[in-house]
Design a protein around this ligand. Structure first.
Ligand code: RTP
Ligand code: MG
Length: 140
């Protein structure tokens, strides 16, 4: 199967605890390759735009505040079946439900401060990658 790409965010709870390397190692050990990476502090406009699909959800306001509460690391990951591979190693949204060995089981603080984001489909991966990266910033 050909390599595909997905989009990942190491969230503010993880950067605050200096877990960028530990989270990235989990991704790499799962067979994903970092082909683009940058540390940014999202603006409110960026966070609201990125999470626009959730704007009717009750947690939207808190989620935006959380995502702009500190730096994040946005990454493009490449690998076989990258979207699913990443979702598998991330674990369930709520760390209380996450399987042993997953990033959220090991590192997440709560259902909101859950250390990582990962695209949920190839279609959304393309949209999310384009939201944060220019083509020349991605080096496969
Ligand atoms: P993500 O999009 O971040 O990869 O996570 P996900 O698919 O597992 O979760 P999703 O339902 O898309 O929710 C997006 C993010 O919103 C926060 N959240 N808070 N307070 C709450 O009940 C609640 N539920 C979700 C989490 O940060 C979640 O990752
Ligand atoms: Mg999601």
């Amino acid at each position: 199967m050909a390599a595909t790409r997905t989009f990942s965010i190491i969230k503010p709870d993880a950067t605050r605890r200096n877990l960028t390397g530990a989270v990235t190692k989990k991704l790499e050990d799962a067979g994903l390759r970092v082909v683009a990476s940058k540390r940014i502090h999202m603006t409110r406009e960026q966070a609201e735009g990125f999470y626009a699909v959730h704007k009717e959800r009750p947690f939207f306001g808190e989620l935006v505040e959380f995502m702009i509460s500190g730096p994040v690391v946005v990454q493009v990951l490449e690998g076989e079946d990258a979207v699913k591979r990443n979702r598998d190693v991330m674990g369930a949204t709520n760390p209380a439900d996450a399987a042993e060995g997953t990033i959220r089981k090991e590192f997440a603080e709560s259902i909101e401060a859950n250390s990582v984001h990962g695209s949920d489909s190839e279609e959304n991966a393309k949209i999310e990658i384009d939201f944060f990266f220019k083509p020349e910033e991605i080096v496969g």
